[in-house]
Design a protein around this ligand. Structure first.
Ligand code: NAD
Length: 245
């Protein structure tokens, strides 16, 4: 019960890292509101985990995020996992694709944080955890031009937020995974010209020779959400099986 009675909002909770984290938080005693745009998968999550509340929320929709923030009484932790992987170099990234990735990966973090922060400031305690990526300012990955750019922006976002609110009892940290076995990752593998080779390449880039399970990312997320990490802020937590060694 490392998160007993903490009120936690999780975004992108319908699948992958967000889903595993919502379940881990609930198992540790937190009151979890799991949000996503995928209602069907949220319902599946709810059916299997009756303690978790679910709510359809598009984290890029200002009005929806504002209404959501007004509808909840209290929040101790925001775990923000919304993200989209665009495949390609700068030459394969149109203006629309550029802004779409900024919108989903960066603007969503801005909206969720800025609307939930006042509730944290009010009580001089709060905790924001952003899912970034090792593919960012830490590691250049081929065909991840706008993805790496947005994740590098999120690393700056976390540092700036941590600096601005450290005196107000609010912490802000990032999680930077390597390759994680999630539905969207499976989709990216299957879209490759040679899916078998793509799978091998993704696995081999981690020197540990395997992918992460979403539950392994959730373990780090539990630590960062708990009071065990109360002295930790502004950190970029790599969890990448040795990819960036
Ligand atoms: P995923 O891509 O499989 O699922 C993402 C979820 O986000 C989906 O349920 C989707 O419905 C939801 N979503 C998309 N747009 C949304 C929006 N506007 N509002 C609310 N929900 C929205 O999940 P994943 O692979 O676990 O990725 C989660 C996060 O982890 C992302 O930020 C991703 O960039 C990051 N990450 C993933 C990996 C990986 O290998 N899977 C590696 C590093 C970082």
């Amino acid at each position: 019960m490392r998160l007993n009675n903490k009120n936690i909002v999780v975004t992108a909770a319908a699948q992958g890292i967000g889903r595993a984290t919502a379940i881990a938080y609930s198992k540790e005693g937190a009151n979890v509101i799991a949000t996503d745009i995928n209602e069907e998968k949220l319902n599946e999550l709810k059916a299997e985990n009756s303690n978790i509340k679910t709510e359809v929320l598009d984290s890029t929709n200002k009005e929806a995020v504002e209404n959501f923030s007004q509808s909840i009484k209290d929040v101790d932790v925001l775990f923000h996992a919304v993200g989209f992987v665009h495949h390609g170099t700068i030459m394969e990234c149109s203006s629309d694709e550029f802004y779409n990735s900024i919108n989903i990966n960066v603007y969503s973090a801005y909206l969720m944080s800025s609307f939930l922060l006042p509730k944290m400031i009010q009580k001089n305690k709060g905790n924001i955890i952003i899912v970034s990526s090792a593919a960012s300012n830490v590691k250049g990955a081929p065909n991840r031009f706008i993805y790496g750019t947005t994740k590098a922006a999120l690393n700056g976002f976390v540092k700036a937020m941590a600096a601005d609110y450290v005196k107000k009892g609010i912490r802000c940290n990032a999680i930077l995974p390597g390759t994680v076995e999630t539905p969207s990752w499976e989709g990216r593998v299957n879209m490759a010209d040679d899916p078998k080779q793509a799978r091998k390449d993704f696995i081999n880039r981690q020197l540990m020779g395997r992918l992460a399970k979403p539950e392994e990312i959730a373990s780090l997320a539990v630590y960062l959400a708990s009071d065990e990490s109360d002295f930790v802020t502004g950190t970029l937590n790599l969890i990448d099986g040795g990819w960036t060694l």
